[in-house]
Write a protein that binds this ligand. Structure first.
Ligand code: SAM
Length: 221
């Protein structure tokens, strides 16, 4: 059975991820049985990755068995679904610099899930969590220099040919500029940094003035 299911629920597209820890909820998601396995509902209003997947980001962007570096883990809502997607053979290293928020992430998510390793660290210093080379870097840190931080992490820790999923919050970069303009400028920075940009998915109606950029690092690294 697939680790990600897409179905119609209440007349809308819905996502479900196969629960790595059956019987356990992380937030107030529903637990549903499908084909003899337990799945968790994944709310696109609470997760920008779910919003992007509903809006066309390919499922293969975070595949089974992948090693994922997740920057901006927060309390771990989306990390928990990434942990479901990569499954027992994958790994999610979650980095969060706020100790208060990270405590909830560690207690509710990392402690329960064998494929999640938490780091209370600043994403500006990748040497603090350099435990592996990753297939995917996911970055959602809402900082003005988030693209530069994402690129520095990729240079240090992403495998050649690996995937970068960068959440761009236009208002964190420039409150006055048209969000479309901000998305184009961040996309240009990725191209200049040696990435092939596959798509830029604007996340409305789930998130206002946000986009998720899907890019692949040149194979030469
Ligand atoms: N990705 C989360 C989700 O979908 O559940 C939401 C992330 S929230 C928008 C941004 C998070 O990034 C916050 O928890 C914040 O503390 C963290 N953050 C911001 N700057 C950071 C940095 N330089 N290093 C590590 N974490 C950072």
């Amino acid at each position: 059975m697939s680790r990600l299911l897409k179905e119609e629920r209440l007349g809308r597209k819905a996502l479900l991820t196969r629960n790595l820890v059956p019987g356990k909820r992380v937030y107030n998601e529903d637990l549903l049985q499908r084909g003899g396995a337990e799945y968790r509902t994944w709310d696109p209003f609470r997760s920008k990755l779910a919003a992007a997947m509903i809006k066309g980001l390919p499922d293969s962007a975070v595949g089974e068995g992948a090693k994922v570096l997740y920057l901006g883990a927060s309390t771990g809502t989306t990390v928990s679904h990434v942990s479901d997607l990569v499954g027992p053979g994958g790994l999610v290293v979650g980095v969060e610099f706020s100790p208060r928020v990270a405590r909830e992430f560690i207690e509710k998510v990392a402690r329960e899930r064998g494929n999640v390793i938490p780091f209370v660290a600043d994403a500006r210093d990748p040497s603090k969590y350099s435990v592996a080379k990753f297939d995917v870097v996911y970055c959602d840190i809402a900082q003005p220099d988030q693209t530069e931080i994402a690129l520095a992490n990729c240079a240090a820790l992403l495998k050649p040919g690996g995937t970068l999923l960068l959440v761009v919050k236009a208002r964190s970069i420039d409150v006055l500029k048209d969000p479309e303009r901000v998305f184009i400028e961040e996309e240009k920075k990725l191209r200049a940094g040696g990435f092939d940009v596959k798509s830029v998915t604007e996340l409305s109606p789930f998130e206002k003035d946000h986009a998720l950029i899907h890019a692949v690092m040149d194979s030469e690294g």
